[in-house]
Design a protein around this ligand. Structure first.
Ligand code: GLN
Length: 304
C-alpha cells in the first residue's frame, strides 16, 4: 500500500503546477505549492502515508461538517435544519446571492460559508471564548489529537479581511436567523477555520466518520445518525460547485478547504487525509483531487 501511495503521489504532483495557492486570506499565501501528502487509516488503525503528511496547514472549510456535528449535539436536528438547508447551491463557497434570491430564506446548506456561519451561531456556551473552546475541544477529541490549536496569524488575517463573511453574518442577523452577537459568531467561524491540522489528523477524523461516530478507543462521541448527516452533506455539497463532478470521478464523501486539505471517508472502511495547497478555480486542492481519483478508481472505493 505504501508503495502504491508513493506512486500515486509521484504520478500526480505535477498537477499542482496548474493550481494556485489561496492568497485572499493573509497567511495562506506562504504555503508551498509543491507540497503533497496523503494518509490513510483503516478500520484496524493501520496507518499508511506518503509525501508531506507532517506539514501543518489550516483546516478552513473542512471545519464545517465537524462544527455541524457539535451543533446537532447541542440543538438537535430539527432546530439546526430550521435555520440552514440541506440542498446544494451550484454556486461558489462564498457566494451571497442565494441568501436573498433563493426561495429557502436561509443558507442552502452548512458546507457553504453562509451556512457554516449560521451553524457557528448555534454552538452553546456562556460567551464567545467558551463556545470556541467547545469547538476546539470537539475537534481535538475526534481527531484524537490534544495538541490542535489555531494559527493566530491566519485567524487575525481572516478577521481583518473577511468582509464578505461579515456581510453574510449581518444579513443573517437581519433575517432573524442569527440572534446573538454577529462579531462573536464570526470570531468562532474565523477561529475554527484557522485550526491547524495535518493530513494524518484528517485521516483520523475520516476514520471517526467511517466508523459512524466512534473513536479508535471504541468510545461513541456522536450518534450514527449525526455522523451520517455529516457524511451525506459532504457527499452532496462538500466540494462546493465541484461536488457533482467529484461524486462521479471519486465517489467518496469528502470535504475540502482552501488551506489545501481534503477529508475523505470510505464508510465502514477507512479515513483518508490529503494535503496539496495548490487549488483549482473552485477552491479545491487540484493535486488532492487527482490523487483521490486514482485511489478511488484503483480500489473501487466509490460509494455509488
Ligand atoms: N475561511 C475560509 C473563508 O471563509 C474558508 C473557505 C474554504 O475553505 N473554502 O473564506
Amino acid at each position: 500500500m505504501k508503495n502504491f501511495l508513493e506512486g500515486v503521489i509521484n504520478r500526480n504532483n505535477d498537477k499542482s503546477d496548474m493550481g494556485k495557492v489561496a492568497d485572499y486570506i493573509p497567511g495562506l499565501s506562504h504555503a508551498n505549492k509543491n507540497h503533497i501528502g496523503i494518509c490513510i487509516i483503516n478500520s484496524n488503525n493501520e496507518i499508511t502515508q506518503a509525501g508531506d503528511t507532517n506539514i501543518k496547514f489550516t483546516i478552513q472549510s473542512i471545519s464545517k461538517p465537524l462544527t455541524l456535528m457539535l451543533a446537532l449535539l447541542d440543538r438537535g436536528e430539527k432546530y439546526v435544519f430550521s435555520k440552514v438547508g440541506m440542498e446544494s447551491t451550484g454556486d461558489a463557497f462564498n457566494s451571497i446571492k442565494k441568501l436573498e434570491t433563493g426561495k429557502m430564506r436561509k443558507p442552502f446548506n452548512p458546507m457553504i460559508n453562509a451556512g457554516a456561519i449560521e451553524v457557528c451561531s448555534m454552538i452553546k456556551g456562556e460567551d464567545g471564548e467558551k463556545k470556541f473552546k467547545r469547538v476546539l475541544d470537539f475537534f481535538r477529541i475526534i481527531s484524537e489529537n490534544n495538541t490542535l490549536n489555531i494559527n493566530e496569524e491566519v485567524f487575525l488575517g481572516e478577521k481583518e479581511t473577511g468582509n464578505r463573511n461579515r456581510a453574510m453574518g449581518y444579513f443573517l442577523k437581519g433575517e432573524g436567523l442569527i440572534t446573538g452577537d454577529v462579531e462573536e459568531v464570526l470570531d468562532i467561524y474565523f477561529k475554527q477555520c484557522s485550526i491547524e491540522i495535518t493530513a494524518i489528523d484528517l485521516a483520523k477524523i475520516g476514520l471517526f466518520l467511517a466508523r459512524g461516530g466512534i473513536l479508535s478507543t471504541g468510545e461513541r462521541i456522536v450518534s450514527e445518525h449525526i455522523a451520517t448527516i455529516a457524511k451525506t452533506l459532504m457527499a452532496t455539497c462538500g466540494m462546493y460547485d465541484g461536488s457533482g463532478e467529484f461524486a462521479i470521478k471519486v465517489g467518496i464523501p469528502s470535504k475540502s478547504g482552501v488551506g489545501g486539505g481534503i477529508l475523505s471517508v470510505v464508510p465502514g472502511k477507512m479515513g483518508i487525509g490529503v494535503f496539496g495547497p495548490a487549488l483549482d478555480t473552485k477552491g479545491n486542492s487540484i493535486a488532492g483531487i487527482a490523487v483521490l481519483e486514482e485511489i478511488a478508481e484503483n480500489f473501487k472505493f466509490s460509494i455509488f
